[in-house]
Design a protein around this ligand. Structure first.
Ligand SMILES: *[C@@H]1O[C@H](CO)[C@@H](O)[C@H](O)[C@H]1NC(C)=O
Ligand SMILES: *[C@@H]1O[C@H](CO)[C@@H](O)[C@H](O)[C@H]1NC(C)=O
Length: 345
């Protein structure tokens, strides 16, 4: 143990050697000192810390009490923390001005979606947003209002057993009823369905006859929506258009076909090309040709004494012989070579 006078002497010496004590350190904005006292010894260290929600931006945090007893100028600057972007919020909007500490963002959903979770969130001192991010859930539509045993039924075209905003269902009517209106309905933003179709009974009159043709298996009965009849043509007539006609929603039949007439070949004698064969009109084509068929006539190039072919087509009973063709009587044909036998030009 040291004697008491010696201890007193050492304390006194320490005071004189230590210089003057520092007083309370300067206060700065948005930060606090770790140890607050009335006096600090020379060499004693203090540390400034930014307040909760703030972070150092520039300057120095630690300071030492100097020999002079005067704290140096405190350079530390603290700024507000920034929280990360709180989104994304699918089908929703995050209303904000900035994402600094204590800022509040508000959430909303697009039409057809409902907010589930908090409406607002605040940027906290720890740099995180308060609460959980909400979700925008689609509006649910109740099943379309059709009666279980009615004629109108529907199928959900989207997966899942509930229908939500923008889902579509497809309607059908029990045969023979006709569906009038839109066969697709959509779940709207307000939880209702777009306009539903209706099933109505449609009857068509007895189908019309066609000229030079007939209706196959036409029974005398009533014709309903979607019933079909098929048509045929008399021999040598050609059917033009769809073979069948359908009873439509309007109560009318779809367009019926037409029977097109054959053509007589209005020349006495000629060798022609028909189905890529040389044939004599007077021998083989006295019955004429059918609608849409073609034959090629031989014409003569008088200067060069050679032959060329020109086509002609039967169009519903109309047939135009090419102007260059010369019809020769039986008598002349005995003396002159058939044009078809000249060398081709
Ligand atoms: C709908 O589907 C869910 C899961 O797929 C199932 O748990 C639920 O029972 C279904 N609801 C109906 C009414 O079928
Ligand atoms: C729902 O919205 C549709 C179209 O926007 C509108 O025609 C209908 O009247 C609304 N229904 C209700 C119940 O608000």
């Amino acid at each position: 143990m040291l004697p008491v006078p010696l201890i007193l002497w050492m304390v006194a010496l320490a005071h004189t050697v230590a210089g003057r004590a520092c007083l309370r350190p300067p206060e700065i904005l948005l930060a606090a000192v770790d140890v607050i006292k009335e006096e600090y010894h020379t060499g004693e260290e203090i540390t400034y810390t930014c307040n909760p929600g703030y972070v150092p931006q520039s300057g120095q945090r630690r300071y030492t009490c100097p020999w002079s007893g005067k704290w140096p100028i405190v350079t530390l600057r603290c700024v507000r923390k920034i929280c990360p972007y709180p989104g994304p919020l699918r089908n929703g909007i995050i209303h904000h001005t900035s994402f600094y500490y204590q800022d509040v963002v508000t959430f909303s959903c697009e039409p057809g979606y409902i907010l589930q979770g908090p409406k607002t969130s605040q940027c906290l001192a720890n740099g995180q947003w308060s609460g959980k991010l909400p979700e925008c859930q689609p509006v649910i539509c109740p099943p379309p209002p059709v009666s279980e045993f009615g004629a109108l039924s529907y199928r959900n075209l989207n997966p899942g057993n509930i229908t939500v905003f923008q889902d579509v269902v497809k309607f059908e009517c029990l045969p023979p009823l006709a569906l009038i209106g839109n066969e697709i309905a959509t779940c709207l933003a307000n939880g209702t369905w777009s306009e539903l179709p209706e099933c109505i009974s449609v009857q068509c009159p007895y189908p019309e006859e066609i000229e030079n043709g007939f209706i196959n298996f036409a029974l005398h009965r009533t014709y309903n929506y979607n019933d079909k009849v098929t048509y045929g043509c008399n021999p040598t007539y050609v059917l033009d258009g769809a073979v069948d006609s359908t009873c439509e929603k309007t109560g009318y039949w779809s367009k019926k076909p037409t029977c097109r007439a054959p053509c007589k070949i209005p020349v006495k004698r000629a060798t022609v090309l028909y189905n890529e064969q040389r044939v004599k009109v007077q021998d083989h084509l006295q019955q004429g040709i059918q609608h849409a068929e073609m034959i090629w006539f031989f014409c003569k190039n008088k200067e060069q004494h050679c032959s060329y072919t020109v086509p002609a087509q039967c169009l519903d009973g109309n047939f135009q012989v090419p102007a260059c063709f010369e019809d020769r009587g039986w008598f002349i044909s005995i003396f002159k070579t058939d044009v078809a036998d000249l060398t081709p030009c």
